[in-house]
Design a protein around this ligand. Structure first.
Ligand code: CP
Length: 335
């Protein structure tokens, strides 16, 4: 376990499959202990500094509850509580926080400078830095997703058919980090991933290229289509998720042209209202299909209530709960 101490967690792509397998083993161990109410005081008296540039329900609470359950403490920080608002740079922030505690975690999707900010923290921190989602990656979400897949389908996922589909673009869309993390990670485990999106909403080209290499090395596959119905045919897992919105725009452009962008996103919602996971689409999938979603889901636009609340189809709350167990594994191992 000492191998992991001090290792940054910014993307699964910097972690070997063997390392990730150990993280999953640890996550399952922690989940079992959680249900048995056995103590897991792996980080007594240790402090995690959490910097949230954006809102969060799952990420913030899985980290904070996780630190408490590991015997340590998490500081919940936002830029307005720090000198970041007065221009203090990531380098100075990283040096200072890493002298005072044992880990730094940061969500910086679009209002800060995203991954660049995380990379600078990691460069100067002497303690592990974890991405709580940035403009490129959402590594904790990827771990919870795969843990949930293992729970429902077993650890041998070779040939499993997973469809990730674009939903629509709105003003509160998140960036591309969720689908990008999934296409990089799932094919490393032999999963056959199909991504459906309208032509004008592709994922980042460099990530797609990297994901294709991962698929080749991992025995999975990666396919793209602009037809949501085609993508749902035979799928064993469907993940309908909007990745338009902010991710579609250059952030500086968005901030300077907010009204125009919001208007465009509203019209996209109308134009693409059939890009929804509903009963008709689910009927095209495998008869035992499961629905996953990072949440929050926009009910009625990304997925219907009927599908999201169907206990035979939806595993979204198992997926959300697994954010806790995987977060504890990463914190326990790296800190
Ligand atoms: N899935 C996820 O990251 O949720 P939050 O935005 O609530 O943290």
């Amino acid at each position: 376990k000492s191998h992991f101490k001090g290792k940054h967690f910014l993307t699964e792509d910097n972690w070997s499959k063997e390392e990730l397998d150990f993280v999953f083993d640890t996550s399952f161990e922690l989940k079992e202990k959680f249900y048995k109410e056995e103590p897991t005081l792996w980080l007594p008296h240790k402090t995690l500094f959490m910097m949230f540039f954006e809102q969060s329900t799952r990420t913030r609470n899985s980290m904070e509850a996780g630190m408490t359950q590991l015997g340590g403490h998490a500081h919940d920080l936002t830029p307005d509580k720090m000198q970041i608002t007065h221009g203090e740079v990531a380098k100075d922030t990283a040096i200072i926080l890493s002298r005072m505690g044992h880990g730094i975690a940061c969500r910086n999707c679009f209002y800060g400078i995203g991954k660049k900010y995380l990379d600078e923290l990691a460069q100067y921190s002497t303690k592990p830095v974890m991405s709580l989602q940035d403009d490129v990656y959402h590594p904790f979400q990827g771990l919870a997703d795969l843990m949930t897949i293992f729970e429902k389908f077993g650890r041998n996922t070779k040939g499993l058919k997973v469809t990730i589909s674009w939903a629509y673009a709105t003003t509160h869309s998140k960036p591309l980090s969720v689908p990008q993390t999934q296409i990089l990670l799932f094919p490393r485990y032999g999963i056959d991933v199909t991504v459906a999106h309208p032509k004008e909403f592709p994922l980042s080209k460099d990530i797609v290229e990297k994901a294709k290499l991962n698929a080749k090395a991992g025995g999975g596959s990666l396919k793209f289509t602009n037809d949501m119905n085609e993508a749902f045919e035979g799928a064993q897992i469907v993940i309908p998720k909007n990745w338009g919105g902010f991710g579609f725009y250059d952030m500086n452009y968005y901030l300077q042209n907010e009204d125009e962008c919001k208007k465009e996103m509203k019209s996209n919602l109308e134009k693409y209202k059939n890009w929804i996971c509903d009963e008709k689409k689910i009927k095209l999938a495998d008869k035992n299909v499961k629905l996953m979603h990072a949440l929050p889901a926009d009910r009625g636009n990304e997925v219907t209530d009927e599908i999201l609340d169907d206990p035979n189809i939806s595993i979204v709350f198992d997926e959300a709960e697994n954010r806790l167990h995987t977060a504890k594994a990463i914190m326990g191992l790296t800190m």
